[in-house]
Design a protein. Structure first.
Length: 292
């Protein structure tokens, strides 16, 4: 699936006659779109003219890695809605130097890799370091922005869909030199529930939570739902965990897991759910990038 649209840029202001210097003006204004609730609410608000953004960028970590429901929502709902409103929705992928596409699954499948790009859980349940957000979301969007002319002296404005009930996450998004980050939902003091109402008010279905289907930050409830309702996807998640551990074993390293329970996925998420306290909701990539 791919949705390409013409490049949209905003012309710079005329030189300031009084000072002889050009007034600073963002070259581009874009929304980092994740296909989830918050960033889809931004899409509706942009279509209604309530926020000044006409370009949305979806950094796809790979059709083999993104949750299929998110890809289906973008294809069947978000892209047609954006087109009807005159909004550009660009579908971006990470590319190698030879021009080929690299997916997150490709990166995970490299047997020679000495680091794991996703935040797998150690035996004690603590998440490991990760590079997936930076490499497959932030850098992909950044590369597109630089191709359009964004620089440190003339940065692009990048809107992130963090809602008021998630305000603590705003501090976790470090700005790149070529961008200036904004939080339109915070400016409008909107919560996730408000975002859902905005989407429904536009006649659109509320999107599912967006994330990679095998993300270790998924809650136990989300894993249970996947095992019960999406058994084929759960089997793929199990295969991802096993593949990673085969590679680690070959390097003489200990096992890692996709949940915090320090056990293989099939044991941590049994077919018959155990009685355990529910975890708080995971953040996913609803805002356009992973924030947990």
């Amino acid at each position: 699936m791919s949705h390409h649209a013409r490049t949209h840029t905003t012309p710079a202001h005329d030189a300031n006659q009084a000072t002889g210097q050009r007034e600073p003006d963002p070259l581009l204004k874009v929304i980092s779109y994740g296909g989830g609730v918050q960033s889809t609410a931004l899409l509706v608000l942009a279509a209604k003219g309530e926020i000044d953004y006409s370009t949305f960028l979806f950094a796809n970590v790979g059709d083999d890695s993104e949750h299929p429901a998110t890809l289906a929502y973008i294809r069947d709902v978000a892209a047609p809605f954006a087109a009807s409103a005159g909004i550009e929705l660009h579908h971006l992928y990470r590319t190698r130097r030879d021009g080929s596409t690299e997916t997150l699954m490709d990166r995970l499948a490299r047997p020679e890799a000495r680091s794991i790009p996703i935040p797998v859980r150690m035996a004690n349940g603590a998440p490991g370091r990760r590079s997936c957000t930076a490499d497959f979301k932030i850098k992909v969007i950044g590369r597109w922005l630089r191709r359009q002319g964004a620089t440190a002296n003339q940065p692009a404005t990048v809107g992130i869909g963090i809602s008021l009930d998630e305000i603590h996450r705003a501090n976790r998004r470090r700005s790149e030199p070529h961008e200036q980050v904004e939080y339109p939902l915070l400016d409008l003091r909107l919560r996730r529930s408000d975002c859902e109402q905005i989407i429904e008010g536009a006649g659109l279905p509320v999107p599912p939570k967006s994330s990679c289907f095998f993300c270790p930050f998924r809650t136990v409830a989300a894993w249970r739902e996947q095992r019960q309702n999406e058994p084929e996807l759960f089997a793929k998640s199990v295969a991802v965990e096993q593949m990673v551990n085969r590679h680690r074993a070959a390097l003489g390293r200990d096992s890692v897991y996709l949940t915090r329970y320090g056990r293989p996925l099939t044991e941590a998420i049994p077919a018959q759910p155990e009685s355990r306290p529910e975890e708080s909701d995971d953040s996913g990539c609803d805002s356009g990038w992973c924030m947990t």
